[in-house]
Each structure stands twice: as C-alpha cells, then as structure tokens.
Design a protein around this ligand. Structure first.
Ligand code: GTP
Length: 600
C-alpha cells in the first residue's frame, strides 16, 4: 500500500459518548465485519468490558475504504473513556496522525472531552470534531458546536453531525478521515504500542510501522533489550488477526517473533531490522501510579501461579507497577501501583476471570512522601526524601521533618443547578477552588486543587450520584504539598491488622477511624466470640465498635435427615469461608479491605 493512501487515526471521547458504537459502524461500512446484532461493540473484547459496558483496553482494526476511485487503508485504534485509563489514550495517540473527537449532542463537552482534546492537540494531530447522537429527542448539536468553538477554538463548520446508532452521516466521517488527516511519513521503524501473551505462540506484539517494511522471516531487533528475533508471523487486525506476508510503513498490525518472556516486548519499545539500525522512537511517557495496594494469594501455595498471572497481565497493561512485598499476616505478595481505583478493581477482576486467580487486596493508599530528619534513616534510604506506598512503612514523626501528600488539579463540568452541592462536596474533601467559568448559559466548568487521597476511593461515584449523573470529572497531577499526616491502626480484639493500616490527615483521623470501624462491623460476620473493632493512633484509641458473638448453625434449617440438602449447605458454608481471610482467629471477608475506605 502506498503510504499516501494510509491514514492512522483513533477515536477519543468522554465515556459513553459513543466511540465503540461509531467504531462498529465504521467496521460495517468498510465491510470488516458483517452487520448483525451479535456484532455489537466488537472491539470490546475483554469479559470485564462487556460486563461493565466500558472500554478498558484500546483495540485496533484495519479498514479498506474506496474514495473517488482510490483504495485507502484506514487504521482505527479504539480507546477507553474513563479517567483511569487515559494512559491507554495517550498510547493510542502516539501511533496516529489524527483523531475523531466525539461529543454527545445531548451532553455537550465533558471533562474527558477536554482532557483528551489536549492530548491530541499537544501531539499536533489533525482533530475532526464529531457530534454524535443527533437522533435523540433532546439533542442540541448547535450547543455542542458552540461549546467546541468556545473551548477548543475549532470552527463550528468543521463539526460533522452523526448518529452512530442509526448510521446517519457515518460515510462523511470516513471521507473526512481521508481528506483531513495526513498520511504517515516517518523514517523506518516500528513502535510496540501494546502486547499480549498467548499460551501457545508466546508474545503477540501490536505495532505501528512508521517507515519501511517488515516481512516474515526478517531478523528484527528490539531496541530496549537489544535482542534479535526472527519474525514467525505478522498481519493486520481486522479486528481479528489476519496474517499477511508483510507490513508496510503506516500500517498497524501484529507481529509474533519468538519472544518467550513477557518482559521482552516492552510497550513503547522500537523494533528495527537487524541490518538497518535506527534511533529508537521516543516511546511513551511512563504512566504514573496514583493508588497502591498490596496483593496476596489467598493461600501461600498459590504464590507461583499468581506471580505468573500478574506478570502476564502487566505485560498487557504496562501502566501497573509491581514490587515484591510481604506482610506478617498474609505472607509473601506484591505491592502494585494503579492509575486509579477503578483501574485497580478491573485489574483484580481480570486476574480472577482471565487467570482464575484468587487474591486478597489490601486497603489502597496514595504515594505519600516524607522528608527525613534522622541521619540513620537518610543513610539507610540513600536520600533525604522518601516515597511511602505502604502504610506499614510510615516513618515515625520523630524521624521526619515534614510529610507531603500528592495533589491533583480536578476539572468538573456540570449543569449550574448543581454548583452549590458540588462546592460543598469539594470543600468537604479539603479542596481549594482555582477557577470557575460558564461554558454556555447553563453549564459550569470548575477547577479545584484536591489532595489525591480525598478523591481516590469514591469521589467520582459521589459526584455522579449527587448530580443525577450529569457532572463529569477528570484530573491531572499537581505535585506535592505539606500535610499533617498520621498512621492509623485498626485493631481486631486488640491486635493490629497491618493490611488495614492507613495514613490519614490528623484532623480527619477521628472521622475516618469511626467510619472504618462502622464499616468493618457491617462487613465482618458474627463469629463464635465477641470481636472488638478499634481505630488507634499509637496507643490512643479513637473509636470502637463491637461485633456480638453468634453461633452460625447452618444445619438448624434442615429438619429431618435430608442428607443431600445437608451436604449442599455445608458446601456452601465452606465456599463462603474461601472468600474469607483468617486474621488471628477472626475471619475477615476478602473484599472488606477495599470497601472499608468507602464513605457511606
Ligand atoms: P466507553 O467505551 O465506555 O468509553 O463508551 P463509548 O464511548 O464507546 O460508548 P458506546 O459506544 O458504548 O455508547 C454508549 C451508549 O450510547 C450506548 O448505549 C449506545 O447504544 C449509545 N449510543 C451511541 N451512539 C448513539 C447514537 O448515535 N444515538 C443514540 N441514541 N445512542 C447512541
């Protein structure tokens, strides 16, 4: 395929504005998939995506399109919309020369529309604004267009009005891709922008070829490890693997080259031909983990299996950071870093669904910092300032001159009737207002500086429900600020549970401690003895709840001697136990560790 007839583009939008639906229509229109009900959202391949109805991983497909008598090759990269997954968006963007920026005609510009626009704008991509869902009764495309003009400085005439659902004007979108997005023109090299592990074939890398071509049998080098491989198979993604003999400049496809170890196909790596070495591509900005949690096997014998599952899953999602960790109660495990709480929950769910692994996740924490004053500790760490991702390793006040907490700049867009409620919510989360403007006569855009730990667990959910789903939210890092932090322990019958230790703001300690005890009281089932749940700072007890003793006799329900019924009940109880973690002599449900931090 001649390079001037190739277009690489992705679709970016706020969540639910219709990216996947438009992608389906584009695939149908170009004949890549048949038009049937079953093919709804074909690019959402993961089970968790279908269940939650969200896109988590960016997917790729090549389309053939005829325009004015010429055949074009259009490479489409679908992207997720939720805040937590913006890392995937910036990766998709680096493989493209243009984007379709979708805006829902009903909702107008939302927080991730703004965030994604700037990613594309900074990368100097061609931006095609698309107003979707014009078929809806309350659709107001004019308003969406004037917001686009006002906020992004793109003339309203450049917007294409469509209904992805009905297929209206989707053809115009394809024409615009050909007319407005430039063809790729880079020197020879290929960027690894995603990779998967296949049990039989080893690593399958998704690549964007920036120049030249690669064939089956070629010897290629990965710039990162400087290792040489032979290409066994390559091809296009339409969206299923479609083997070909070669891949050319501008094409996006997959390559299998005998990489056996998941660490060999680093996302962001450059591949080149052995006989034609090149300067590696700049790769990707490494993702910055914002939430950390410990992960442990339910039983230590499952450690090796869980390790390989985590290795393989992190190959597919390189934004997760992994460090080895261990805990007195839970044994050997890992401390993982995620982009947000949803990201962490999705990772956990994928481990369970795709790798059949059962894990315990500890209470999540953000990366705090401490400036050390103790000469001994400074020597031990080799630096004056340390990052604390495990609350159990929180240094004592006496060894520290200052604690710091991570801050983020949050953007909230909402109808103005919710402004008052949102301001109260933000104030309760220790946020400071930075800016507030009307983007049209009814919608307000507010900027707040938040401590990250105040928004990480449930801010988004609370904001959504208080605004009947109308407010949207996105955030970016905003450095660190001094904070008065303390370590709070949770005690079960007087014994501190390391996995529930959290770092809190001193003035918040009482409220958080009380809420955690109440939550635990609700989530730990009654047992054969009384359990005291306490929150403490050092030796000072802040709050206490008591779980009364109760003898759970599951057999009491079966009168008579129905033995199969009895066995069934016993089995059910045993399964219930598996979801529990024994701490001392107390059974704690596996999911209590995360839910304990959510506010009521
Ligand atoms: P994420 O992948 O989770 O970011 O969402 P998305 O942007 O891919 O949105 P998706 O395509 O899943 O569409 C969200 C919802 O909007 C679905 O219920 C679609 O059926 C609906 N939808 C998409 N396009 C249209 C349209 O043109 N008109 C109408 N009425 N509904 C649409």
């Amino acid at each position: 395929f001649p390079v001037d007839r190739i277009r690489n583009f992705c679709i970016i939008a706020h969540i639910d504005h219709g990216k996947s639906t438009l992608a389906d229509r584009l695939l149908e229109l170009t004949g890549a998939i048949a038009k049937t009900e079953k093919n709804k959202q074909v690019l959402d391949k993961l089970q968790v995506e279908r269940e939650r109805g969200i896109t988590v991983k960016a997917q790729t497909a090549s389309l053939f399109y005829s325009h004015q008598g010429e055949q074009y090759l259009l490479n489409l990269i679908d992207t997720p919309g939720h805040v937590d997954f913006s890392y995937e968006v910036s990766r998709s963007i680096s493989a493209c020369q243009g984007v379709l920026l979708i805006v829902d005609a009903n909702q107008g510009i939302q927080a991730q529309t703004v965030a994604n626009f700037y990613l594309a704008f900074e990368a100097q991509l061609a931006i095609i604004p698309v107003i979707n869902k014009i078929d809806l009764k309350n659709a107001d495309p004019e308003r969406a267009e004037s917001q686009i003009e006002k906020v992004f400085d793109i003339p309203a005439e450049e917007c294409i009005r469509i209904s992805a659902k009905l297929g209206t004007n989707v053809e115009k979108v394809l024409q615009a891709v050909v007319d407005r997005i430039p063809p790729p023109d880079h020197p020879f090299k290929a960027l690894v922008f995603d990779s998967n592990f296949d049990h039989y074939r080893g690593v399958v890398a998704n690549i964007a070829v920036f120049g030249g071509r690669v064939r089956k049998g070629d010897r290629i080098v990965s710039a990162h490890l400087n290792k040489t491989y032979e290409v066994n198979e390559l091809g296009l993604l339409r969206p299923d693997e479609h083997p070909t003999q070669r891949l050319f400049a501008g094409q996006v496809g997959y390559i299998i080259a005998g990489m056996k170890d998941v660490k060999e196909a680093q996302i962001g790596d450059t591949l080149y031909l052995q006989e034609q070495p090149v300067e590696p591509l700049p790769g990707f900005k490494p993702a910055k983990a914002m939430v950390f949690a410990g992960m442990y096997p339910v039983d230590q014998s499952e450690y090796p299996g869980l390790r390989s599952a985590i290795d393989r899953l992190t190959l597919n999602d390189s934004s997760v950071t992994v460090q080895r960790d261990s805990s007195l109660a839970l044994g050997a495990g890992w401390r993982l870093g995620f982009l947000g709480l949803l990201h962490m929950e999705v990772f956990n769910q994928r481990l369970e669904q795709e790798y059949n692994a059962s894990v315990i996740v500890t209470a999540p924490t953000v990366p705090y910092r401490a400036v050390l004053s103790s000469a001994k500790l400074i020597k031990e760490h080799g630096s004056e300032e340390i990052t604390i991702v495990n609350p159990a390793q929180f240094p004592d006040r006496s060894q520290v001159s200052e604690y710091l907490e991570p801050m983020v700049l949050g953007t909230i867009l909402a109808p103005d009737e919710y402004t008052g409620k949102i301001m109260t919510l933000c104030l309760n989360r220790r946020a400071v207002q930075k800016n507030m403007i009307y983007i049209d006569d009814q919608r307000v855009m507010m900027k707040y500086l938040f401590p990250l730990n105040e928004i990480v667990v449930d801010f988004y959910d609370v904001l959504k429900s208080m605004s009947s789903g109308y407010a949207s939210f996105d955030y970016e890092n905003a450095g660190y600020q001094t904070a008065d932090l303390v370590k709070m322990d949770i005690l079960l019958n007087g014994r501190s549970v390391e996995e529930l230790t959290t770092i809190v703001h001193r003035e918040r300690a009482y409220r958080t401690g009380k809420a955690m005890c109440e939550r635990l009281k609700d989530s730990i089932p009654r047992q054969m003895f009384e359990i005291a749940v306490q929150a403490a700072i050092g030796s000072k007890i802040l709050a206490r709840e008591t779980i009364k003793a109760y003898r759970k006799n599951v057999l009491a329900k079966c009168y008579g001697g129905d033995i199969t019924r009895k066995m069934k009940l016993l089995k059910k109880q045993a399964e219930g136990k598996k979801k529990m973690r024994r701490i001392g002599n107390i059974d704690v449900p596996k999911d209590a560790f995360i839910s304990v931090l959510k506010r009521k």
